[in-house]
Design a protein around this ligand. Structure first.
Ligand code: GLP
Length: 241
């Protein structure tokens, strides 16, 4: 696991965009595993800039997202589909038909989850997976638990995650309590992983990445078993290293 510590969020974003751009350039139909949250927003802005400047082409690129809240339509301004469209897809030359996000509104969520795994399989897996990290060490919505799931599943959000995500909603009670998330299987099978973290509230979770323990109670610690992870962070998030 490589750690890259920067002074500012802008530097984190530029560096992460460079790593992702390398993959897009090296394989025209690359499959990008994408994440939502505040951590990758700056990186998406950089990618938009590269695309607008004609330096990066997404016309054949495919993307698959980690997760989606249950019950929010793609048009809801807090849905992850809306997030991806407005923060990235609407501004680059990616074909929206090649962008995949779990659907949290289907009636049969189990069937939806199974189909999502089949989709990941049919895409041939993920070339590069972008991850944020929850303050409790969650990745995607794989929350701390006695067991973690390999495959896409319905996840109940922990109180800590609901609190952490309440800042995006009118109030805490508006935060959905469940989500559909990719399991840890496809994440760990991604060829390359870029984990982005900024701010002191991530310092504890980041420290767990260097401690000599792998535990489902801190899902991100599994990443220690992956051969190609770059953790891109600011001094605050690196504060306990
Ligand atoms: C959310 C998402 C995660 C994300 C995390 C961190 O709960 N499900 O995929 O990585 O929170 O978000 P942020 O980057 O806003 O701190």
């Amino acid at each position: 696991m490589k750690f890259k510590v920067f002074d500012s969020y802008d530097e984190i974003s530029a560096y992460s965009a460079e790593l992702l751009a390398e993959v897009v350039k090296s394989k025209e139909d690359a499959v990008l595993g994408l994440a939502t949250g505040s951590s990758p927003v700056g990186m998406y802005k950089e990618l938009i800039k590269l695309n607008k400047d004609g330096k990066l082409d997404f016309s054949k690129t495919k993307s698959i997202n980690l997760d989606e809240y249950i019950g929010l339509e793609g048009t809801h301004d807090q849905s992850y589909r809306y997030f991806m469209n407005t923060n990235l897809f609407d501004h680059i030359n990616i074909d929206k038909k090649n962008t995949f996000i779990p659907d949290g509104t289907v009636e049969d969520l189990l069937d939806g989850a199974k189909k999502y795994d089949e989709l990941i399989e049919s895409l041939g897996g993920i070339d590069v997976q972008v991850l944020g990290i929850g303050p409790n060490g969650h990745i995607g919505f794989n929350e701390p638990a006695d067991e973690l799931k390999m495959n896409t599943h319905v996840a109940e959000l922990t109180e800590e995650t609901i609190k952490a995500n309440a800042r995006f909603f009118a109030s805490e009670k508006d935060v959905p309590t469940e989500a559909v998330t990719m399991g840890v299987g496809p994440i760990m099978k991604a060829k390359k992983i870029i984990l982005i973290a900024s701010g002191a509230n991530k310092a504890w979770a980041i420290k767990s990445l260097v401690d000599d323990v792998i535990t489902t109670k801190i899902p991100a610690t599994l990443l220690k078993l992956h051969p190609d992870v770059t953790v891109v962070l600011d001094k605050e998030a690196a504060g306990m290293l």
